[in-house]
Design a protein around this ligand. Structure first.
Ligand code: IMP
Length: 427
């Protein structure tokens, strides 16, 4: 009954696509359990590069069934264009399953996301503008539209009416925008119904039966631990639970079924959007990490903020997710630095602090305490085993492992599918 959760241990963009895809060949189901098309996974297969936003990366592995769980928010227009884009490139997408309980990102949720951010001005979150937060807000307010509602026109109309009732007041009276017509939204959504119907399934039943039958199920988190609505740097977070518990609620699988939780950890740190980031660099080192690491958002095209590795965050991720392993990515990006600073603790108001402060105010004041580790200059992209790495790269990895509190079981040394050192097998 191997059920693995694979999630971002920092602020997202750790290279989860590559890690999921690496396991894709040996897993039977790859499940997304939260988020929506705010995510961006780049997967390189041979000379082909795929950027996925909503679809699970398992869609690129022929033997694998990709699943969009109940905890995901689905923009039907994005779903259909991502599917047709893959079909045009010869990828078979017919095995996809979508939970009937997943919530739909409606056009008005996207509008509300954009106008709210504009209204917040300097205090904006820096969202991806894809309607993610407003859709989850509707879900919690019990005025959300679910995939299954597309197949009952009368229910759909009632629900869209209920959702727009207050929103139209806010849009017209507060934001000075035009009201959105119920009929127009209903027609657009009904237009997607037939195109999506073949994929809609009781995914909770399917996944639990798969686990009973000893199939390998991989739960793929979007975003990352520090963007979690409960455990992240609130309010500069996304509106769902990328942490390990989210896999249970977002897919309908009990915690006793999860056998392994793997945190994807970049060898340095990046973040998109606003919010605190203690090791952020504003100098040429930050610029070099951005350039060498290609640190530009797959979804938004925004430059990512870059900084040194932060072990305080990694320890926190180990704790809140119960991590059993790390997959360290992008080690090759650090090649060429004579010395590499690693943040081992924070200094907050003159005191050394080893763990992530629970107070947001303290976290905003946290200054990194660095230890300098010796760098390496050799090309490491051809390394196949840990022993192939230069001694200093080996000790960099070992230090990160000791500081972060879980074994590093795989190391990414380049963007390609094969450019990975496997230390312990995940399955
Ligand atoms: P939202 O998820 O669009 O509501 O955006 C909330 C915050 O999460 C913003 O800071 C985004 O930049 C960030 N965010 C959302 N998705 C991702 C992702 O896949 N990687 C990194 N940051 C993300």
């Amino acid at each position: 009954m191997p059920a693995l959760v694979l999630l971002g241990a920092q602020w997202g963009d750790e290279g989860k696509g590559k890690a999921t895809d690496l396991l894709g060949g040996s897993v039977d189901y790859v499940v997304r359990y939260q988020g929506g098309n705010n995510a961006g996974h780049t997967v390189v297969v041979g000379d082909q590069k795929y950027a996925l936003h909503l679809l699970p990366s398992g869609i690129l592995s022929p033997g694998c069934t990709p699943v969009i769980g109940n905890g995901v928010v689905v923009d039907p227009s994005v779903l259909l264009s991502e599917l047709s884009g893959l079909n045009e490139r010869g990828v078979d997408t017919s095995k996809l399953l979508i939970s009937g309980n997943a919530h739909i990102i409606t056009p008005y949720n996207v509008t509300v996301d954009k106008v709210t951010e504009r209204f917040l001005g300097k205090r904006k979150i820096g969202t991806t503008g894809r309607g993610i937060g407003p859709t989850y807000a509707d879900k919690i307010n019990r005025v959300g539209i679910r995939v299954q509602d597309l197949y009952d026109e009368s229910i759909l109309t009632q629900k869209v009416e209920a959702a727009l009732d207050i929103k139209n007041q806010v849009l017209t009276k507060l934001y000075n925008r035009r009201a959105i017509a119920v009929g127009q939204v209903v027609d657009e959504l009904l237009g997607y119904a037939a195109q999506i119907e073949q994929y809609v399934a009781d995914t909770v039943l399917v996944l639990n039966q798969a686990l009973e039958a000893d199939k390998v199920v991989l739960f793929e988190g979007g975003q990352g631990t520090l963007l979690d609505i409960d455990h992240g740097t609130y309010p500069f977070v996304t509106s769902s639970n990328p942490t390990a518990g989210g896999a249970c609620t977002g897919a309908g699988v009990g915690p006793t079924k999860i056998s392994r939780v793997i945190g994807i950890l970049k060898a340095y740190t990046t973040r998109v959007g606003a919010g605190p980031f203690p090791t952020e660099l504003f100098d040429e080192d930050g610029e070099a990490l951005r350039r060498i690491g290609g640190e530009r958002g797959v979804t938004t095209g925004r430059d990512r903020r870059c900084g040194w590795f932060d072990a305080v965050i990694a320890r926190y991720a180990t704790r809140v997710n119960g991590l059993t392993d790390f997959f360290l990515t992008k080690l090759d990006v650090l090649t060429g630095w004579e010395q590499i600073p690693v943040c081992v603790a924070y200094e907050i108001d003159g005191k050394r602090v080893e763990e992530l402060p629970y107070s947001q105010t303290d976290f905003h004041h946290a200054k990194p305490v660095y230890e300098m580790l010796p760098g390496w200059s050799e090309d490491i992209s051809k390394a196949k085993t840990f022993a192939d790495l230069p001694k200093n790269a080996q000790s960099y990895v070992k230090s990160l492992e000791e500081l972060s509190g879980a074994p590093i079981s795989a190391i990414g040394v380049g963007p390609g599918r094969d450019e990975t050192i496997e230390i312990n097998s995940f399955i």
